[in-house]
Design a protein around this ligand. Structure first.
Ligand code: ADP
Ligand code: MG
Length: 243
């Protein structure tokens, strides 16, 4: 039996928020993830690293509950339904939505799109926007924003869901170094607020600053643990070797 950890609001807590056991998943006629055994530690940032096509987005989809495992087990240790921020481009950049409307959509899971938001919903939206420093952008159209601003808005939408598990698919891809660093440090702050963060990333600086790392190669788990030990030049060369 999977034991419930004693919850303490410290970033050093390493008990798993999610546990994958012999988990396989994919798409009809296309197996992608093969027999993964992995833990996602609670109240920490886990970086999901691997070449294009290695299965990072698929794994996030599985943890988010939008892709069903074909075999094996996925265990969530308590908490609310995960908040999932998909890869850029998966979210219509041209949707005629303001920043505030976009963040408010984070409340739909609890409220439904037709009900008016309650005072508490609005307060949750305000807090999420403040946390990601997008309050001043509230009335702007999503399509007008810089990549870094838009990414912060989408993370605020995830935060407005009040989940304790935030899943981000390449949140810093395509951003300049300053915007990347800003997002990385915001994610660190979220952990101190009690959120578990998983981010798929190509950004080795971000991966190295994470608390834990899952290394994927061709749908197999090539390693897990401390990023500093895992992300060595020789491992990376082996994983990213040209095919
Ligand atoms: P990554 O995020 O690491 O680039 P993905 O999880 O997106 O990897 O993709 C892993 C594999 O699954 C790739 O070979 C990709 O072509 C395939 N794949 C991704 N999405 C689908 C889909 N909707 N239907 C079929 N195959 C898919
Ligand atoms: Mg991907």
């Amino acid at each position: 039996m999977f034991k419930k950890p004693v919850f303490s609001a410290t970033a050093g807590d390493r008990s798993p928020r999610v546990r994958l056991s012999e988990l396989s998943a994919g798409y009809p006629g296309r197996p992608v993830l093969h027999q993964l055994d992995a833990d996602i530690p609670a109240l920490a940032i886990t970086a999901l690293v691997g070449p294009n096509g290695s299965g990072k987005s698929t794994l996030l989809g599985v943890v988010a509950g939008v892709i069903r495992p074909t075999s094996g087990e996925l265990r969530h240790n308590g908490g609310r339904p995960p908040a999932f921020v998909p890869q850029r481009g998966a979210v219509g950049d041209a949707l005629p939505l303001t920043v505030r409307q976009t963040v408010e959509m984070g409340r739909w899971g609890d409220r439904g799109p037709w009900r008016r938001l309650t005072r508490r919903d609005r307060a949750t939206v305000d807090t999420a926007m403040e946390r990601l420093a997008v309050t001043d952008l509230a009335a702007r159209q999503l399509a007008e924003l810089s990549g870094g601003q838009r990414q912060r808005v989408l993370i605020a939408q995830g935060l407005a869901q009040e989940s304790d598990l935030l899943l981000l698919d390449e949140p810093t891809t395509g951003l300049d170094p300053e915007a990347r660093e800003r997002i990385t440090s915001l994610l660190t702050e979220l952990v101190t607020d009690g959120v578990t963060v998983v981010q798929a990333t190509h950004d080795l600086a971000a991966a190295r600053s994470a608390d834990a790392c899952l290394l994927l190669h061709d749908g197999h788990l090539a390693g897990q643990g401390d990023p500093a030990q895992l992300l060595t030049a020789s491992t990376l060369a082996r994983i990213w070797q040209p095919v």
